[in-house]
Design a protein. Structure first.
Length: 232
């Protein structure tokens, strides 16, 4: 299923959403350039979220207070890792959901609040991933957590919204209209396919479904809870 647009009228241009999409695309093009120069792996391991490095740095900091500088440095990867992607399918899927659902949320939240919500939800989801697999040595990258939060907030705010969707059937594309909540299930299903078109980041399949992807449910919950309080 490919979401195209929703039936919610927006009154303001989603400037932040445009910038988020543009920045993600620009950084991914940079990743492709680094891959051609065999520098991508070092770059991703330097700026991706590696739970074992973060938990190890925190453990050492309790013994050596000076090591808190390293902890702060590693924690910077929480927001920066959101803008890295490990495959063509991952960035296409994330940006497609961001484009369709993010613009409507920005319209009701406002530019600054929407940006804060996007970054904070991605950071919190990253923390959940670290707590879930503290010894993981594989970098976790991508905006999956932030996009899941956007989807959760959207469905909480607009449960009856209709999403214009294209269903690819072999070489035939069928336009249909689906309720927004259908994409809650589709979001998790499509995670399985995010290894398609992977960049050369060892080990192969940096963001496989088995690597803490179930924690994306935390993103949905964060978005739903945020919108619940926002409505109040």
């Amino acid at each position: 299923m490919i979401p195209i647009s929703d039936n919610i009228h927006i009154r303001h241009r989603p400037i932040i959403n445009y910038w988020l999409v543009g920045i993600n695309i620009a950084i991914f093009l940079w990743e492709i350039q680094l891959e051609l120069g065999d520098k991508l792996a070092d770059f991703v391991f330097s700026w991706g979220i590696i739970p074992a490095q973060i938990t190890g740095a925190i453990t050492n900091a309790f013994v050596n207070p000076a090591a808190w500088i390293i902890v702060c440095w590693r924690l910077i990867c929480l927001p920066l890792g959101m803008f890295l992607h490990g495959s063509f399918s991952q960035i296409l899927g994330n940006l497609l959901f961001l484009w369709v659902f993010g613009k409507t949320l920005e319209n009701i939240l406002g530019h600054k609040r929407y940006l804060g919500f996007y970054l904070l939800s991605g950071i919190v989801t990253g923390i959940v991933q670290i707590l879930a697999q503290p010894s993981l040595t594989v970098p976790l990258i991508g905006a999956n957590g932030a996009i899941a939060s956007i989807l959760g907030a959207y469905v909480m705010k607009f449960p009856k919204a209709k999403i214009d969707t294209i269903l690819p059937l072999v070489f035939v594309y069928i336009p249909v209209e689906l309720p927004a909540f259908v994409y809650l299930f589709w979001w998790f299903i499509q995670q399985v396919f995010y290894g398609i078109g992977s960049l050369n980041i060892p080990p192969v399949g940096v963001n496989q479904f088995s690597l803490a992807y179930w924690t994306q449910a935390a993103g949905l919950l964060i978005g739903a809870v945020f919108m619940r309080f926002q409505r109040r």
